[in-house]
Design a binder for this molecule. Sequence first.
Ligand code: 13P
Ligand code: SF4
Length: 299
Amino acid sequence: MDKLVDEINKLKREKNAIVLAHSYQRPEIYDVADFIGDSLQLCQEAAKTDAGLIVFCGVHFMAESACLLNPGKKVIVPHVDAGCAMADMVEAEDLRNFKAKHPGAVVVCYVNSSAEVKAESDVCCTSANAAKVVSQMDADEIIFVPDKNLAAYVQTQVPGKKIIPWKGFCPVHHTLTKQYIEGVREAHPEAKIIAHPECRPEVLMLADHVCSTTGMIEAARRDPAEEFFILTECGMTERLNRELPEKKFYGLCNMCFDMKKNTLESVLGCLIDEKEEVRVEKSVADKARSALDKMLELS
Ligand code: 13P
Ligand code: SF4
């Protein structure tokens, strides 16, 4: 493993490349990452990097965002088929038809979506800034795509706006039920519960903190509790254990298999061959980029 890490780091230097990684990646990927973060931070990092080559370790929509924010740079992924089940739940044509039924509404699109869907939207958001973005919209009605759970959570945070949700959800988070969380409370009465806003509303009501993946690190750091139960993809528990070794984190075995496709071997192969390259057609890219730029402006 150390040999693979050395080889990747050497190639990164030779090719002026950086590796951006989402927290849900396998922990060995953290060892070659120049930056690990949530979707918002990865967008911000992609927008400011000087590197000519970006190796994106996450899922497709994240790499696509990095590509949109860096028109002159090459963005490559180890597995082009690492997708997001929730992003696949909305298509641009269906969104166009939906918009026609709500002519006064503004479209806020969760970054977990394709470039085509972003191009149909007024602004993007992530789990870290969704309420902040929605609250700054100059409209009373907001079409929120694709996550119905994040939409419901934003509605509780921004009661002055009417959120019209899409029907998408993340299968990894949506499977967590209220009964399950009640069981967790009983088994770990001392532990605080930190949940991702992609969880169901009735689950979020039982959580002590609701935040993005990076927000979870900050919440656990600030909270004086010593034990936490983490309601999100299982990789986050690994990340928290590394970031805050003095605290104890329990998690679940709910895994996003797409996030786990990348391995050190495939990252090395990707750097050697400089592929698969992520590209977005210009007619779509210009509009999608403007929705992402607007989000970065408002964040
Ligand atoms: P974050 O932006 O909070 O990292 O979430 C991304 C994601 O895909 C959660 O399932
Ligand atoms: Fe998509 Fe869910 Fe995987 Fe996040 S955890 S990338 S929302 S399928």
